[in-house]
Design a binder for this molecule. Structure first.
Ligand code: CA
Length: 231
């Protein structure tokens, strides 16, 4: 199980990241100061570091520079988290030695994809590209979906929606959360759009009177029902 250290002083963001990374099966630790992170990283090294740019104690940029100067951390994968306008030109050049960076506010699926991309390169044995639930199998790399062995063709939005729902089985998502997670923060679409795409997804995956794995929760939203095989 890959270990990820989040160094971020905005608690709502670090909680959100922790929640989503743990849901994907990573072992997650959080630190809210740059200087404490430096001490911790001298003792043990995670498989990936999510590093905020502006931090109390020691800035993310300086910490990144110091990590690159030490043999035990010079190759540690680092994704920088930056706010818009924070010396973005320099971040863009990745002059700090970071492997990648994302600009806040970023979409969670996008960040997860970048985390997977880096770990697939550095720790290929640890990253599963397959999501399985009941008789449904979704391959994140090839973007193929199978149900009972038969391939199901989905549009890109339905694919992302299914991937998002399947990565946290049982969890109920509101339409707003689905919009944020699947369409991204910066996109303004009506919440009814979610219903339209859930409808299309259901139509595609439930052909031939198969059991519907997507549960509509009245007044709340949708969930992927991980118990759908146990009838
Ligand atoms: Ca910060």
């Amino acid at each position: 199980m890959p270990e990820i250290l989040i160094v971020e002083d905005e608690e709502p963001l670090s909680l959100l990241l922790r929640y989503n990374l743990e849901a994907e099966g990573y072992k997650v630790d959080v630190c809210d100061r740059g200087d404490e992170a430096e001490l911790r990283l001298q003792e043990s090294q995670p498989d990936l570091l999510l590093l905020d740019w502006m931090l109390p104690g020691l800035s993310g940029i300086e910490l990144c520079r110091r990590l690159r100067a030490r043999p035990e951390t010079e190759r540690m994968p680092i994704i920088m988290l930056t706010a818009r306008g924070e010396e973005s030109e320099r971040v863009r050049g990745l002059a700090t030695g970071a492997d990648d960076y994302v600009v806040k506010p970023f979409s969670i699926p996008e960040l997860m994809a970048r985390v997977r991309a880096i770990l697939r390169r550095t720790k290929p044995e640890s990253v599963s590209t397959l999501l399985r639930a009941g008789d449904i199998e979704l391959d994140r790399e090839t973007h193929r979906v199978h149900r009972t062995g038969k391939e199901i063709h989905l549009g890109p939005t339905e694919f992302r929606l299914l991937e998002f729902l399947m990565s946290s089985p049982g969890r109920v998502y509101s339409r707003e959360q689905l919009l944020d997670g699947v369409w991204g923060h910066d996109v303004y679409v009506d919440e009814r759009t979610v219903d339209v795409h859930v409808g299309r997804l259901r139509k595609a995956i439930n052909k031939g009177r198969m059991k519907d794995p997507i549960r509509t929760v009245r007044g709340a939203g949708y969930a992927f029902n991980d118990q759908f095989l146990v009838s």
